[in-house]
Design a protein around this ligand. Structure first.
Ligand code: SAH
Length: 219
C-alpha cells in the first residue's frame, strides 16, 4: 500500500526532508523505511495546534495521557522488525495515534492493531481510512492477550512497555518471527528484539528507551 497525493499536505517537503536527513544521521539505513516515513503526513496524526511541530524528531501528546512516538523510535523499531526479513502479517499493540500503524501498513501485506482506549482507536481508524490504507484491521481490546484469531504473526510490535514480556504474544509469533518491544518500569526500559526459533526465543538489546506503560484491560 502507498499514500498518494493527499499525503502532501500543509507542511513543506523540505521540512520532511530535514527529518529524513536527521534519521539518517542517527543511523537509520533502510531506504524502504525512510521513503515511507517521508511519504507519511505525520501532522495528520495529532491535534492541529501541534502540527507545526510534526516533523521534529520528538514524541508529542495525543490526549488520554498518551503520546505519538518519536520518529527515530518508530524508524528504529520498524528497521529491527524488517532487518534481513520481510514480515507479511504484523500485529501491533498500542495503536495510539495510528502513525506507526500507517508506517507498517505501507511495508507489509496486513496489519492487525489493538488499542485499549476506544477514543484513540476511533480517531486512528478514521485517519487510516482517509489515507486509503485499507490493509489494517483494528481491535478495541487488551494487547496483553494478543489477537489469537489471526495468529501466528511474522512480526509483533508493542509500543507501550510491559514489565515482563507477555507470554501470549510469544505464543502468537511465527517460527522465525520477531517481537519488538520496550520492557521495564518507567525510567529503566530496554528496547528488545525477540526472535523465535522453534520453541526457543533469542533476545537482543537494541537501546534504552522511554515509553508509556502497557496497561491491562480496556477503556
Ligand atoms: N505507536 C503509537 C504509540 C502510542 S503510545 C503512536 O505512535 O501513536 C502507546 C499506546 O499503547 C497508547 O495509546 C496506549 O493506550 C496503548 N496501550 C497501553 N496498554 C495497552 C494494552 N494493554 N493494549 C492495547 N493498547 C495499549
Amino acid at each position: 500500500m502507498s499514500i498518494g497525493r493527499q499525503g502532501i499536505g500543509m507542511t513543506s517537503q523540505r521540512t520532511r526532508d530535514r527529518l529524513i536527513e536527521r534519521l539518517r544521521t542517527e543511523g537509520i539505513q533502510d531506504e524502504r523505511i525512510l521513503a515511507v516515513i517521508r511519504a507519511t503526513p505525520r501532522h495528520l496524526f495529532m491535534d492541529e495546534a501541534l502540527s507545526s511541530r510534526a516533523y521534529e524528531d520528538t514524541a508529542l501528546p495525543i490526549g488520554h495521557g498518551q503520546t505519538i512516538s518519536q520518529p527515530y523510535i518508530v524508524a528504529r523499531m520498524t528497521e529491527a522488525l524488517f532487518l534481513e526479513y520481510t514480515p507479511k502479517r504484523i500485529l501491533e499493540i498500542g495503536t495510539g495515534s495510528g502513525y506507526q500503524t500507517a508506517i507498517l501498513a505501507q511495508l507489509c501485506r496486513e496489519v492487525f492493531s489493538i488499542e485499549r482506549i476506544d477514543g484513540l482507536l476511533q480517531q486512528a481508524r478514521e485517519r487510516l481510512r482517509q489515507l486509503e490504507l485499507t490493509n489494517v484491521l483494528f481491535q478495541h481490546g487488551d494487547g496483553y492477550l494478543g489477537w489469537p484469531e489471526h495468529a501466528p504473526y511474522d512480526g509483533i510490535m508493542v509500543t507501550a512497555a510491559p514489565v515482563d514480556i507477555p507470554a501470549r504474544l510469544l505464543e502468537q509469533l511465527n517460527d522465525g518471527g520477531k517481537l519488538v518491544l520496550p520492557k521495564g518500569a518507567a525510567g529503566n526500559q530496554q528496547l528488545l528484539v525477540i526472535t523465535r526459533q522453534g520453541e526457543e526465543f533469542k533476545e537482543q538489546l537494541l537501546d534504552y528507551v522511554s515509553f508509556v506503560p502497557l496497561l491491562e484491560g480496556k477503556i
